[in-house]
Ligand binder design. Structure first.
Ligand code: ZN
Ligand code: ZN
Length: 131
């Protein structure tokens, strides 16, 4: 009794740019040659190499620009988040919101939320500003 082994291969058909012969190679192998740019040979022995197509090249450039843009946008957002924090002028600590800063100045620096009219020279210490 004989047995038949059936093997399915994903082949990619290509042709030699010099002699025009059509041939096929496993898809994974073809993709590797595309990625590493190594030389291979057509059945007639011509040296072949996959060159990056203009479309692929532009796509790659676009993707790299998009990732740069994304990164810059993230950095900008982070910088804006940082800049919008409220800084205590007395101890330079940052707070996420004005109420938190006010609570801090009252608790840590014993400063009233609203300065009494006779606050005097201590007023500069409780000066609250957003940076
Ligand atoms: Zn050839
Ligand atoms: Zn403080």
């Amino acid at each position: 009794m004989s047995s038949v082994e059936v093997v399915f291969l994903n082949l990619e058909r290509t042709s030699c740019s010099q002699c025009g012969i059509a041939f096929a190679a496993p898809l994974s192998w073809v993709n590797e040659r595309r990625a590493d740019g190594k030389t291979f040979y057509c059945p007639n022995g011509h040296h072949l190499v996959f060159r990056e197509s203009t479309e692929t090249k532009l796509k790659r450039q676009l993707e790299s620009k998009e990732s740069t843009e994304r990164r810059l946008r993230d950095e900008l957002a982070a910088a804006e988040r940082k800049a919008s924090r409220f800084k205590c002028t007395a101890c330079s600590r940052d707070f996420a919101s004005a109420p938190k800063l006010l609570a801090h100045t009252r608790k840590a620096h014993n400063a009233p939320l609203r300065l009494p009219k006779d606050a005097g020279p201590t007023a500069t210490n409780t000066d609250v500003r957003s940076v």
